[in-house]
Design a protein around this ligand. Sequence first.
Ligand code: GDP
Ligand code: GDP
Length: 465
Amino acid sequence: MRAKLPVVVIVGRPNVGKSTLFNRIIRRRVAVVEDTPGITRDRLYAEAEWHGQKFTVVDTGGIVFGEDDPLSEQIRVQAQIAMQEADVILFLTDARDGLNPDDMDLANRLRGTTVTPAEEQSRNESERRPRLFVVVNKSDHPGRDLVANEFYALGLGDIFPVSGLHGRGVADLLDEIVAVLPESNPLADEREEIPLAIIGRPNVGKSSMVNAFTGEQRMIVSEIAGTTRDAIDTVLEYRGERFRLIDTAGIRRRGKIQGTVEYYMVDRAQRAIERAECALVVIDGSEGLTDGDKRIAKIAHDAGKACVFAINKWDTKEPPDGCPRQKSPLKKDLLQIIHDQIPELGYAPAAFTSAKESAGLEPVLDTVLRAVENYSFRISTGQLNRLVQEAVFARPYTSKGKALKVYYSTQVSTRPPTFTLFVNDPDLMHFSYERYLLNQIRRAFPLEGTPIRLAVKASHKREGR
Ligand code: GDP
Ligand code: GDP
């Protein structure tokens, strides 16, 4: 699984030299072509490397604004993106212009949400605030460094005079940057085992399925005391992965608990899902889809977990041995029913099993593995922006005479994949358009088995004036 690279974001008012410094850091000449508004902006991000440390650089100057967007809007968007995404913020200023009111504006937006070098000593390890460097660009020769001193007035700590154009001071700056970059992003994936909740109505065959898994020679099994009072988890090794099957012991002891079956069933499923990454929703294929199945499946969806259906007892549906095996139309019908009746789980795949005959066990675990991999899916900022911009370009959205603009998109987390779009006005975003964008993402990346989430943020705060 791909870990996210640390992110360095360059902010600063226009013409201070953001893209010049960006190009120098990535050591590449990027043709700065006039972007068609709303279409690819490759100038925005690139991967860079310094002393073996890789990171992503974002040039917020690459964001294309409309002609009617004021500079203050641009500064707000920059500040927000920096605070949302950056491990390091390079606050770029211009030694030739000296300190400027727009610099002050940006400084005020960044203050308090970042860590300046001076504050580094008292920095709390657990909090993840970006590190801020005030970089005074166009310090082409030492004579200019005197001017640079006036940027101490920003009150953001030490300053770094550089010349993006000639390279002066850039190596020293990069040394400082890589020294503070996190080794790996906190979003990086370090999973040791896959917690899998096996849930479903009573008698659909959950415990039979666990028993069938444990009876298979290729699946190595051990029982480990779980964290909750009465749960004993079963650990299963399959294709080099460890699955922790959650709550199966409780399910095995189901005989003790009678009566409020519905309450018990939902409660049990909920508690199992809390600890899981993926839910295996077992359905009794001989009965078809019931209301209880739907309720259970929705629990997995609402919890934002990966989800796979196991349509069990399929032995009761297959023609007996000796009969000509034709592709059973029933399978397709049942899948259709599931997707029609639980539309929010349209992403959840299904596998057909017979716990009784130990059939379909490997396919169901393979399906779970794919779902879990998708659950940790990560897309690069560049790819995501291109995708979203193209989607918006193909179908622009206007409401009450105002066009929705998406300035920038980024994936903020995995498990499940969650994307944030910075837009001019979140009130313009209609759920049908949100669904359109999610569908476009799924067209490019089907992400079978995992929910994906979209958050919309204002690129500016309403200041209540
Ligand atoms: P951006 O709008 O912040 O991305 O700024 P650009 O990178 O497009 O640069 C604006 C202008 O400043 C261009 O004419 C650059 O050539 C010039 N410039 C950028 N860096 C330096 C520098 O270090 N020294 C000097 N003298 N000019 C620079
Ligand atoms: P649970 O309550 O979901 O754990 O269900 P059990 O595993 O206890 O199974 C309930 C009943 O269904 C038992 O009588 C099982 O023998 C039967 N059963 C489970 N799986 C299958 C299957 O794949 N095919 C058939 N025909 N019966 C099954």
